[in-house]
Design a binder for this molecule. Sequence first.
Ligand SMILES: [Zn+2]
Length: 349
Amino acid sequence: MEQFTVQIKPLTPLWTGDANKKCCTLRETGIIGSLRWWYEALIRGLGGSACDPTNSKCNGKVHCDACELFGCTGWARKFKLEVEIDDEAKNICEIKIGTREKRKVKEEYKYLLRKTRGIMFKSASLKFLPLREISEGEWNLLNKTLYIISNYGALGASTSQGNGVISITNNNLPHSQSLIPIDQSQKVQELPKLNDFFFYKFNIEFNKNILKLINNEVFWTHSQDHKGYNEDWRSWEDAWERYDFFPIAFHIRDLIRHLESNKEKRHEIFGEAGRGSTVFVSHGYKISEKTVEVRIYGYDKGNIGNKIKDELENNVKDKLFSSSRNSSYLNKCFLICNKNGKNLLEELI
Ligand SMILES: [Zn+2]
């Protein structure tokens, strides 16, 4: 069977929501679900139709542009995806970050642990095996979807909590500049669409090597009165030394969460149990011994994108370090990429 391959390298751990947490694999369904999510956002941005797959009326006869490629009841997906990890994948050491405040659990307030998890490896192949004809326009959209993911977004699950930043090291999907067959008569729904997105990349630069700062235990891990918390700097060291990532997605989420003071709106933007986040934050990935890059992106509700930008540039030190005394280790945090979905669409077409 003809096959086309995209080679990826993770920059932060990948997570595909595996039920078996010890299993070092990437589940195809998790990758497809994520590809589809971005493909839908792109299609909606172009004025096409993409249903909500959790509440879809699409069927074999009548379906949206996303279902045309990814399938729905009565209409099979046009390709099969096989994922092959080219070397040994490893579960990263779980890194536990306490909550800043006590949270209510069964009538009791206590600190909780948030865990950084996922798998890392050097390289994996995503093999696309067409089962039916995929049009040039669909290949074009798929390539653009991968471009957005690898340059500005993330792949897989748990992408609002640090996981899934990848780079694409090789892509031999059919490339074409053919026009994308979008039926613009469809009414665009209230679902994520690329025009509404903001995409930021920040560089966080310290004035000492990050490894040294980890060894000096200067970063924030838990509240002082969080009883029973066990420090585990080895897992931080492991993440940085072996995998070139720096586990600060929860620190950054803690920084930006309070930007929306209305509780209902905050849950809408940043998610809560059972509801996904509309803002996504990556862990830091290595730029140099002293510098990491962080991606923050999402679809804007109430100008949250601009507030996030200001907060990162000015106040990230407040949440990164265990005490204000240590905040002098931060040299600067600066924006190196600021793109909105409209710019990105113009760039892509
Ligand atoms: Zn559909």
